[in-house]
Design a protein around this ligand. Sequence first.
Ligand code: NI
Length: 381
Amino acid sequence: MTTTLSNEQIASFRELGYLQLDAITSAEEVDRLRGIFDRLFAERAGWEKGRSFDLAGSYNADMTPVLPQILNPIEFAPELGDTQFRVNALTIARQLLGPTAEPWFEHAIFKPAHYGAPTPWHQDEAHRYDPGVDYEQLSIWMPLQPATVENGCMQYIPGSNRGPILEHRSLGGDPRKSALECIGEFDRSAAEPCPLPPGGAAIHHCRTLHGASANTTDIPRRAYILAFRSAPVPAPAREMFPWLVGKITPAAERAEAWKNRGGPLGRSARRIGEFTPQLRRENKTSRAADVGELGALPHSIVAERASWVTLPPCNTPSHSSKRRKALRFPAPRCRVVTHRVRHARKHSPTSAKPSRFGWKWRRKTPPVNSRRKARATPANS
Ligand code: NI
C-alpha cells in the first residue's frame, strides 16, 4: 500500500500547517508495531542512554511516568526499520519538503490510560538551536489505536505555521522537565482536533502550534512519530532561544554519562570503533536522534551534533583543522562543542570583525603591553 498526496492536500498543508490522513499503513502493520511498542515501554528501553524519559511529569526512575517517551526507538527494535509507514512517510515528506528531504529522527510516545498527561501547546521549532544551518522540518504522527479527543489526539492551531515562533518556557517553569510549553499569545479556541483511526496520520510543520489533551480513557494511547527535514543550508548564526538557555534535563545527564562511560579508556575504544563503517552509521543515526525535539540533551550539545553533518563553510585555517578533526572523530565531545560555539560566535557580526589577516577576536581586556603603556603614560608626562 503506497500513499501519496494530491495537489489539494499539499496546498492545504501549506495553508493550515497540518494535514490529516485516514491511512498511511495497513492494520496488520499497526498490530505488529503495537506489540513492539508495548515491549519497549515495558522494558523502558534506552533509559540509561537518556533515550527514555518522562516528557511531562516526574523525572525519577522510581516514579510512575505520566507521559513516557522513547527517542529513536529503532535503536532498540531494528525491526522498526522495515515498515510501510516509513516508506510512505518518506514519500510524503519529499512531496512536502522537496526531493532532498531526509529522515531526521523518530520517537515513540505512550500516554497511559486514565492518567496520561496532556501534551502542552508548543511549536517544534522552539526546541531548535542550530546556529549555522537552516532547514524545514515536519513530523508524521501515527496512532496505534484510535486517537480521539478523550485519549489525546493531536490538536492544531490552523495557520500558525505562517506566524512567528512564540515565546515558550519549560513545562511549569521547571528547566529539568523535557517538555516546552507555549506562553505566547494565541487563540486556543481556534484549536482543531485531529481524531484518527489506527494507522492514520497527522502531519504537521515544525512551526505549527500543537498539543494534545490528557488520556481519560481505559486504553493507553500510543503514537509513532517520524520527523523529516529538508537539506540544511548555511544560515547566519543566531542566539539560542532564552527558554533553552540553562535547560538541562535528567535524561540529558544520563545521555552524557553514557557517552563518557568507561572513562578515557572507554572513550578511546569507541573512538577507534568510529573507523568501522557500521559503527559510523550507528553513531550517525543516534546523533540524529539527539537533535529531536523535547530536550533530551542540552541544546548546546544537541545543536553541535545537528550541524555536524553539514558544517557551514569556514575558511579560518585553525578552524579548518578542527573541522577536519570533528569530521574524523565525529563522536560528540566537549572539544567539538567548544569549537562549534566559537565558530558561531566568530561568524556573528557583533562579536568579531574581519581584518586583513583573517578573523580577529575582539579582545575583552587590553593586551599586557598596552596596559603597561597605559600605566606608563601618566608617569612619563
Ligand atoms: Ni511537538
